[in-house]
Design a protein around this ligand. Sequence first.
Ligand SMILES: Nc1ncnc2c1ncn2[C@@H]1O[C@H](COP(=O)(O)OP(=O)(O)OP(=O)(O)O)[C@@H](O)[C@H]1O
Ligand SMILES: [Mg+2]
Length: 384
Amino acid sequence: MDLNNFLMYDETIFQDMTVFNSDYLPENFKLRQPQMEEMALSLRPALMKGKPINNLILGPPATGKTTAIKKLFEMAEEDCYDDIFCVYVNCQLHSTKFDIFSQIHKKVLGHVPPETGVPFARVYNNIMNELYDTEKALIVALDDINHLFQGNVISEIFYDILRAHESFDGVRTGIFAVLSDIDFRYILDQNVGSIFNANEVNFNPYNYEETFKILQERARLGFFPNVISDSLIESITDYTMDHGDLRLGIDLLRISGNNAEFNASRVITDDDVEKAFESARGASLKYILETLNDNEQKLILFISRINQKDITSGELFKAFNRENKISYATYNRLINKLEFLRLIDTTYTGSGNKGNSRYISLRFDAKEIKDNIPKKRRTLRGKE
Ligand SMILES: Nc1ncnc2c1ncn2[C@@H]1O[C@H](COP(=O)(O)OP(=O)(O)OP(=O)(O)O)[C@@H](O)[C@H]1O
Ligand SMILES: [Mg+2]
């Protein structure tokens, strides 16, 4: 299609493109009904002039934690407006105490306080006085609380919210805290300890059938009928289960659709999905390479530059060490990290001592690594 036709083209395979957006709230959320019910139960006491029950919401990425809270809060706001304020805070975006209480202030008093010139105590008192006057309970969802782990900010925030009743008689407050990395659990316990007695709600990873069902439903809402076949949705489900989480699957549906539209096709073909996999693979490789530290980037670039099959770990160390002086122990750590990230494969040769006798092979094309490594590193030696 030439550019003119492309811009004028008014046929689309997308029935509703917004269902692929990251902030879309799915209507059908049955798979998380038990968790929604458990969380709703925790709000119930607040509707009867009691104290809401704190929740700790746990589960790996893209298992519906944020969606569940947002849907529950939407319902609670509609049905229980007179009894409760529900405040959702994304801690990645709002990670200071003032910022978080500004978000609470916005919900409770209808506007954010000015960013400068207002002491924290005034913001805090305004909120608590309003809760006292209206006799409404406050529930604050703190999403991705690992962003509050630096310094002691998390314990102050929890303390200020949960102990409000000590200074403001009868004020009722609770926290829904969300954590997607279970390894951080002990940091939370260490920091907030006994202030935060919480009911635990677990969001388990979706299995194959569940992932397929969710993607099929999203495709049904997003595309016109018969645009994508179930077998292509199965391929996308396979790829999603192997390489990432549900978010990737939803993205792959959208990208496949875009590829089909680009070819002015009325259906999504194998080729469109294959291309979507390729671009997802590129994007995730780029992301992984960007997160590597200096030495890790040097080593993966070195491996891709020599691009030699069947090189043993010992030989690679010698060659790498000529240009980059590091200890064998450090080198071994780097190799293990690259393997863990699935950038390289290592297989035992069956001979020699254990450390040296692994073959190292790249899991990607050397060119893919060179194309996706951050530019600074690529040009460091000036000859790649
Ligand atoms: N049961 C489900 N039904 C339909 N869509 C779902 C379901 N669970 C998750 N999703 C979709 O998956 C994506 C990720 O969900 P969500 O953001 O709620 O996950 P999360 O658990 O908060 O992830 P993270 O830990 O990364 O923040 C969203 O697009 C959401 O619509
Ligand atoms: Mg989330």
